[in-house]
Design a protein around this ligand. Structure first.
Ligand code: C2E
Ligand code: MG
Ligand code: MG
Ligand code: MG
Length: 291
């Protein structure tokens, strides 16, 4: 087919593009069946308190194990699901499954919040907040145990609807987190109006902390901004002890990253909490002797 190439010139046939389109169609059909075929699962990554290093919450991260192509990253299939109109269905499954897992943790006496990522199109759904409320009720969970993570860029896309949805989430008693903060284009005025309860410093700033004065300044500014707005400040993508120490000094409330644990299964998470350490070959030691 005809299309514009990167430099804006018309090219008559781009085999790479055709191949990509074929792959997309193939994937979309498979994705439609993925829920029923039980190819989707949730992994959980802990958020830890920056003072006590205790686990306070678990973020649900969606995984798709394609029967032929293996693991497909959410960065690939979430946008695909959105354009194919499948994200509503996937998103409802994620909320339901997160509540089911959270209820099982609660039954074991573990007091942890569960955090779920909400996509751009989910934010447009009229019944999103009602659906979350119903799921929580069905599983006997309190709303203050549940966090919705919405990326800064999505929150800033349709500020008016986002603000209204944030308000409904907060009045239900949910926590609302602005994810990947610092990479979008927030106007500070819009940020001030958003009734969020948490700010997550994007991992791009965390990654460069030890080597870049600029990254340190930006991270420290984001932390102060969050604190000044009375938000809980979380840093994502913490991989080294050096980053961890700097973020603690800056006053981050919670930390998340491979230093503590990779995303793991619900069962592994239970084991990790009960033993106070990561147990699973994939996870790094979660040690009290970190310092
Ligand atoms: P996110 O919500 O910002 O999640 C953090 C991502 O960073 C996850 O990637 C996680 O595995 C990865 N990560 C965590 N700690 C570290 C670290 O220390 N170093 C590095 N390099 N990476 C780390 P993942 O699971 O591939 O998810 C990517 C994005 O896809 C998520 O970003 C989120 O925006 C989206 N996503 C994942 N699950 C869902 C879902 O159920 N629904 C929706 N709408 N989006 C989802
Ligand atoms: Mg997130
Ligand atoms: Mg994030
Ligand atoms: Mg991120």
């Amino acid at each position: 087919g005809a299309g514009l190439n990167g430099e804006g010139k018309v090219c008559v046939y781009d085999p790479a593009f055709a191949e990509e389109a074929r792959a997309q169609a193939f994937f979309v059909n498979d994705l439609r069946a993925a829920v029923e075929n039980k190819e989707l699962r949730l992994l959980f990554q802990p958020k830890v308190d920056a003072q006590s290093l205790q686990i306070t919450a678990a973020e649900a991260l969606l995984r798709w194990q394609h029967p032929v192509r293996g693991n497909v990253a959410p960065a690939v299939f979430v946008p695909m699901a959105e354009s194919a109109g499948l994200m509503g269905m996937l998103g409802r499954w994620v909320i339901e499954e997160s509540c089911r897992v959270a209820a099982s943790w609660r039954a074991m006496g573990l007091r942890m919040r569960v955090a779920v990522n909400i996509s751009a199109l989910q934010m447009q759904e009229e019944d999103l907040v009602d659906h979350i409320a119903q799921c929580l009720e069905r599983h006997g969970l309190q709303p203050n145990r549940f966090t919705c993570e919405i990326t800064e860029s999505v929150a800033m896309q349709h500020t008016d609807t986002a603000t209204a949805t944030f308000e409904r989430m907060r009045s239900l008693g949910l926590h609302v987190s602005i994810d990947d903060f610092g990479t979008g284009y927030s106007s500070l005025a819009a940020l001030r109006r958003l009734p969020a309860s948490e700010l997550k410093v994007d991992r791009a700033f965390v990654a460069d902390l030890e080597h870049s004065e600029d990254a340190r300044s930006i991270a420290a500014s984001i932390v102060s901004l969050g604190k000044a707005l009375n938000l809980k400040v979380v840093a994502e993508g913490v991989e080294t002890q050096g980053q961890c120490e700097l973020l603690m000094l800056m006053g981050c409330d919670e930390l998340q990253g491979f230093l503590f644990s990779k995303p793991i299964s619900a069962e592994e998470m239970t084991g990790m909490i009960n033993s106070g350490s990561a147990d699973g070959p994939e996870s790094l030691p979660f040690s009290e002797s970190l310092f």
